[in-house]
Design a binder for this molecule. Structure first.
Ligand code: HEC
Length: 104
């Protein structure tokens, strides 16, 4: 697990440093989020239903300490209130990029 997380951070750091600022695919992240996350989270403005006590992705993106790196890290690290997902590190980075795209 530790090795995986370090590799994720390396990928995230290298994509963040590249010329395009963020090479992860936010559109792909949105597809993954619709499939895996929308049963609990409000993942986009058009969505009508989600669990009431779960933060929306827009809210998560607005947090002062938000970074895509932290989200990617969080997704690969099991979290007590959320199921673990069969995401690889690129998918986690894509979802993180999608959430990042919601930050105003
Ligand atoms: C079974 C319901 C459920 C699903 C499915 C789910 N989540 Fe969550 N998520 C939660 C809950 C509940 C919280 C609030 C946890 C807390 O307050 O400790 C949360 C919190 C979060 C947070 C905020 C963590 C923080 O500390 O700010 C992020 C980011 C997140 N989820 C991302 C995702 C992503 C991305 C997916 C899809 C891959 C997903 N979640 C799928 C229930 C879910």
């Amino acid at each position: 697990m530790r090795v995986l997380l370090i590799r994720v951070l390396a990928v995230v750091a290298s994509t963040a440093a590249s010329a395009s600022a963020w090479a992860a695919d936010a559109d792909h992240g949105a597809d993954l989020a619709r499939r895996w996350c929308s049963s609990c989270h409000l993942i986009e403005g058009a969505q009508k239903q989600a669990s009431a006590d779960v933060p929306s992705f827009a809210e998560i993106a607005q947090k002062a300490d938000f970074t895509p790196e932290k989200i990617a890290f969080f997704l690969l690290d099991p979290h007590p209130k959320m199921p673990s997902f069969p995401l690889n590190r690129l998918e986690a980075a894509d979802i993180a990029a999608y959430i990042g795209s919601l930050r105003k």
